[in-house]
Design a protein around this ligand. Structure first.
Ligand code: MOS
Length: 750
């Protein structure tokens, strides 16, 4: 069982409540600075020239016209770039998949559309951009292959696993024989489109050359430890030579997990020119790296007439680049969400002439659960069993793969509370049976699942003589509310008001923490902050007890509370002393502690940790126009302790909006003749706008979990999983037409 590190105050005041973002005012007033907004004296600006072909080689680059533009400092290409570490492996970062990471301006080879072929550095941005348009690049082009459907025969099982990726479990039972013998069968192919993240803030890096020759690097990244690791690897620098910062991010969704080529180019130019350089990518250029790979999947379900699953097969195929084996957990969910005696899960990749795909909010689960949960709805219709009942029939409280119970799994409560709030009991199951005037009405539901992860993470906490607390580590707040929840945890632990706590994040000079991803940050950084606060509390108490005539002389640590800036005997507030007086009387100007939190190995030996959800969707469809409106979503979430009901709700709402996007709108369209994504802007790549979004109702069901002392499981990703399936199931209920290919656009409805 988890070692309990309870808040020293012994009571939650801010944790579990609705709190505004502590970084909100800075963000809405423009005080918050992003990677492309930091500046320095003598800052030069780089603009990337992107390849006009997808595959082949550069035969010549003529930069003369660009270099002749007044204000241009240099045009850096593969022909004149200064040498760097060079080995492909040296460009590794914390979350790189197996393979050889892309090396910008390394040689004449072109491996994907939009690959950077030159960096024009000038005194100002507009000059750099203009000069970039004058760089003449000649190519020898080859035919690119970007269509996974056409490359299915060449798919492969990745030989080397990406860190954190689970190999699909070995099959158990005999899924094929059981499927053949099952009285009820569903076997269909499901597809999702490629998607791009499109955060508001594009990728940018500002490399500042300090007087002592060290670098201060502002990078758009979800964790600066990764920026630092990449730069030390690629450029052969020592960590103390590169301080990396990202105090604020304008959205991540996974596209900021890995350092991107603008970082490499900014450092390359800074070293080459010996001056500070900023490189900002355009929206168009953000289509030249990392995307959610579209996938082709087959799910086959065999069941008894009473809905009991007899056979479950799930096969998935998606693309990766020619140079890295990018992988996701796509099919594994199908082995653990339901109980079935005959299961076969298979997962393959195909090499495409694109950039390496990357993690996009709930990578793998969005893909796999769309297929599984649509197939479950098809089975519900085939067996004439209510979709919720079908899921309860096949429910499991233990992970069938690991044969371990879930530490907590309140999914049944999600069904009950979600159905109640949605009004599911009023649903008539027949397709096309519900109407609102001219519009068809459809009600559908689906489940979501995501891992409840924790990563080794450190935090430093400092109590100063003025009774204020500073909390910090190097993780990034990618817009999720990390600043706020860490402030709440620390304030409770030391009995201080939240405005006496300052949280600092996103700086490699702070205590080490991993990238913010995988929905693990609340559990990881939260536990580290709690541990460090406990340490500070113990130190403060020791000092207080040792004071002459201390009112706490005979009190033990477990019999005190921290409240209103004081240390007090539990139940007797008159016996106490102010923290400021403790520091003053003991002659100390601060008490500080750095602690590292790790996942609880004993817990992990006995239990599995996942978050779950039940998503209910209402659609209204104009049959003449084929327009689908998602008029209501109820998302009931089981994610352990909710630290801040306001920011957590925002996370789920944002994830639901993204789920509506993947269900109805988002599709990065490849022209296979060119091997190029064509709709590279927010005008042609449709993300949901206000008019697309109606009611989103979030329920957090109560769930107690002991995977970590906070009992928190994370909410960044669970809200998107299952949302697209709930919508596609609602579309079927409304129209009687089963659409197994996302996004569900007008042409597919009509
Ligand atoms: Mo998330 S896709 O791990 O930022």
């Amino acid at each position: 069982m988890a070692t309990q590190i309870s808040p020293a105050s012994g009571r939650d005041k801010f944790v579990g409540s609705a709190q505004n973002r502590v970084d909100g005012p800075a963000k809405v007033t423009g005080l918050a600075k992003y990677a492309g907004e930091f500046t320095s004296e003598n800052l030069a600006h780089g603009y990337v020239v992107s390849s006009a072909i997808t595959k082949g080689r550069i035969t010549a680059i003529d930069s003369a016209a660009a270099e002749a533009v007044p204000g241009v400092l240099k045009v850096i290409t593969h022909e004149n770039r200064p040498s760097v570490a060079g080995e492909a492996e040296a460009y590794q970062d914390m979350v790189a998949p197996p393979g050889a990471p892309f090396r910008a301006l390394y040689d004449e080879t072109i491996a994907f559309s939009g690959q950077p072929v030159a960096l024009v550095v000038a005194e100002d941005f507009d000059t750099a951009r203009h000069a970039a348009s004058l760089v003449k690049v000649s190519y020898e082009a080859q035919t690119p292959h970007t269509d996974i459907a056409a490359l299915q025969d060449q798919s492969y099982d990745p030989p080397e696993k990406r860190g954190g990726i689970k190999t699909p479990p070995k099959p158990w039972g005999d899924a094929s024989a059981a499927f053949d013998g099952a009285p009820i069968k569903v076997s269909e192919q499901y597809r999702i489109a490629h998607e791009h993240h499109n955060p508001m803030e594009p990728h940018a890096s500002t490399v500042v050359v300090e007087d002592d020759g060290t670098y201060t690097v502002y990078d758009k990244i979800q964790g600066v430890a990764n920026t630092q690791m990449y730069l030390t690897n690629a450029f052969g620098l020592k960590p103390e030579q590169v301080r990396c910062l990202n105090p604020y991010l304008g959205g991540g969704f996974g596209c900021g997990l890995r350092p991107q080529y603008q970082l490499f180019l900014a450092m390359l130019a800074a070293q080459d020119l010996g001056r500070s350089v900023r490189v900002v990518l355009t929206r168009d250029q953000m289509w030249s790296f990392t995307y959610r790979p579209g996938a082709i999947q087959t799910v086959s379900l065999g069941a008894e007439k009473n809905g009991v699953l007899q056979s479950l097969k799930h096969d998935a195929l998606h693309g990766t680049s020619q140079f890295e084996d990018y992988q996701e957990n796509v099919v594994n969910w199908s082995g653990i969400l339901y109980r079935c005696d005959n299961v076969e899960l298979t997962y393959r990749l195909s090499k495409l002439d694109t950039a390496t795909p990357g993690d996009m909010r709930a990578p793998g689960a969005v893909t796999g659960m769309f297929a599984l949960e649509t197939a479950m709805d098809e089975l519900a219709y085939a067996t004439r069993i209510d979709p919720i009942q079908l899921r309860i029939t096949n429910y499991t409280d233990t992970d069938p793969v690991e044969e371990k119970p879930y530490g907590s799994k309140a999914l049944k409560d999600c069904f009950v509370q979600g159905a109640e709030r949605f009004g599911w009991a009023k649903r008539t199951p027949e397709p096309r049976s519900m109407r609102d005037g001219k519009e068809l009405v459809g009600w559908g539901m689906a489940c979501g699942i995501w891992e409840a992860l924790m990563m080794e993470s450190s935090a430093k906490v400092t109590l100063t003589a003025d009774g204020r607390l500073e909390v910090g580590n190097s993780t990034g707040d990618i817009g999720t509310g990390t600043y706020t929840i860490l402030t709440q945890i620390a304030a409770d632990a030391l009995g201080l008001p939240m405005d006496h706590v300052t949280t600092k994040l996103g700086d490699t000079d702070l205590a080490k923490a991993p990238v913010a991803g995988g929905s693990w940050t609340a559990a990881s950084s939260g536990t580290a902050v709690m541990k460090a606060c406990r340490n500070v509390a113990e130190q403060a108490f020791k000092l207080a007890r040792g004071l002459e005539g201390s009112p706490l002389a005979n009190v033990d640590f477990d019999r005190i509370v921290f409240s209103k800036g004081r240390i007090e005997a539990a139940g007797d507030p008159s016996r106490g002393v102010a923290l400021t007086d403790v520091l003053k009387a003991s002659g100390q100007d601060r008490i500080e502690a750095t602690e590292t939190a790790n996942p609880d190995k004993d817990f992990a030996k006995k239990y599995e940790a996942y978050t779950h959800s039940a998503v209910f969707a209402e659609v209204k469809i104009d049959e003449d126009l084929g327009i689908v409106r998602v008029t209501r979503i109820v998302s009931a979430i089981a994610a352990g302790k909710i630290l801040n009901t306001k920011t957590a709700r925002s996370q789920i709402m944002g994830a639901v909006v993204m789920g509506i996007g993947s269900a109805l709108h988002e599709e990065s369209m490849l022209d296979h003749r060119l091997g190029r994504f064509m709709n590279r802007n927010l005008g042609e790549y449709h993300v949901p706008s206000n008019a697309d979004i109606h009611d989103i109702d979030v329920i957090f069901v109560e769930e107690e979990d002991k995977a970590n002392p906070l009992g928190v499981k994370g909410v960044g990703e669970i809200g998107i999983v299952g949302t697209a399936a709930a919508i596609s199931n609602a579309v079927f209920h409304a129209t009687g037409k089963r659409i197994r290919d996302l996004p569900i656009t007008v042409d597919k409805i009509l």
